[in-house]
Design a protein around this ligand. Structure first.
Ligand code: CP3
Length: 355
């Protein structure tokens, strides 16, 4: 855990310190598009068995790092480990996404929830973090993560994925105080969870707010951003003598970048619907930006993919504070060879001298 970090580009870029080139990692870099991932998942039996086995979670975390010269590893896990630890009956049915057997719908359901102790019910995640740090031997930093209270809450209330979010929106309009109780509980659980990941060796942390973008601006502020601000304020800021930068990503949050940047986070994730030049004008020098290639660009022929990646790199402009990423996760039908083209393109993009 104490081995010297050989490549700290990600940590420096997230803190807006100068770097010789832009670091790159990809959301969902470990996953079904990789044949080696599918093989390990088969060995584990299913996705949840993979997440709850630290050795296998570690193996899968390292797969993309061994295949591509990426600048960061991200813990292999899921945002639904917290509802799993709350004993809501989480299952992943092949090809169907997550299902929660006992959804949270009433005041009594919320009363029955307990904040998990990360060193007990989520021990397998903490053990995976420590093991991954050991196995990485300082090659690249390890990113820990959690879902935002709003996004995790959508799965808990809906009982799985949703297109309309009818159940949680109904709760928001009918019983806003109850929804606030749920969000406050999740924020508390998330602070403990992320700080336990940091204590075990996570060198940066990211909050995934995949569904914040389905809210209107006032609701986003009240039910999503407010609780992410609470989490950011509660995070451990330094570990092993180094700052632990945090990243806040709201998919569909382009209109709220100024407000997101103001919660005190180090970096803001941007999806592909906002140009990075525009994003940068909005947030100024307050935060670093992470993003924002459309994941579908990985279907393009290599020449087009290169051009799209260069467009993202140049749209940020010069100066520090850009971490290259996709605007959302890699999809399972991507050709691993295209990912190699993307990583190589970004790594060969040198920052102009004096920039
Ligand atoms: O980025 C990484 O490589 C780390 C791994 C990671 C996973 N899930 C693995 C996973 C991360 C960071 C997540 C976060 C996550 N999980 C989010 C937020 C980020 C996002 O993509 O929006 C959300 C909304 C979830 C909930 C979740 N997990 C859903 C909706 C699904 C089903 C959809 C799907 O792609 O099948 C999952 C399953 C899941 N999480 C898989 C992986 C690799 C696929 C499981 C499989 O192997 O079949």
């Amino acid at each position: 855990m104490t081995s010297v970090l050989k490549n700290d580009l990600l940590l420096r870029a997230l803190l807006r310190e100068p770097v010789p080139r832009r670091p790159i990692w990809l959301m969902r870099q470990a996953g079904r598009y990789l044949p080696e991932y599918r093989a390990t998942r088969t060995r584990a039996g299913n996705f949840l068995a993979l997440c709850t086995n630290p050795e296998l979670a570690c193996e899968v975390t390292l797969q993309p790092i061994n295949r591509y010269p990426l600048d960061a590893a991200i813990l292999f896990s899921d945002i639904l480990t917290i509802p799993h630890a709350m004993n809501l009956g989480l299952e992943f049915e092949a090809g169907e996404g997550p299902k929660i057997a006992r959804p949270v719908r009433t005041s009594a359901d919320i009363d029955n929830l307990r904040v998990p102790d990360p060193t007990q019910e989520l021990r397998y995640v903490i053990d995976a973090v420590a093991l991954i740090r050991r196995e990485l031997q300082g090659r690249v930093p390890l990113i820990g993560f959690a879902g935002s209270p709003w996004t995790v809450g959508t799965y808990m209330v809906e009982g799985g994925g949703s297109k309309t979010f009818g159940a949680i929106k109904r709760m928001m309009y009918e019983a806003p105080r109850e929804l606030h109780r749920l969000m406050a509980l999740l924020a508390k659980a998330t602070i403990l969870y992320l700080n336990a990941q940091i204590a075990a060796g996570a060198q940066a942390v990211m909050i995934f707010d995949t569904w914040g973008g389905i809210l209107n601006p006032a609701q986003y502020r009240e039910f999503s951003l407010h609780y992410m601000a609470e989490i950011v304020a509660g995070l451990t800021r330094e570990a092993q003598g180094r700052r632990v930068p945090n990243i806040v990503f709201t998919k569909g949050g382009g209109a709220w970048l100024v407000e997101i940047a103001a919660i005190g986070c180090d970096a803001v994730g941007v999806d592909w619907t906002t140009d990075l030049a525009t994003a940068r004008k909005l947030v100024g020098s307050q935060v670093a930006l992470q993003g924002n290639l459309d994941p579908s660009a990985l279907f393009a022929p290599p020449e087009t993919l290169r051009a799209e990646a260069l467009r993202v790199l140049t749209s940020f402009g010069s100066g520090p504070g850009h971490v290259f990423n996709l605007g959302h996760g890699i999809t399972p039908d991507v050709d691993p060879e295209r990912v190699a083209v993307l990583v190589e393109t970004v790594k060969n993009f040198a920052i102009a001298p004096g920039a």
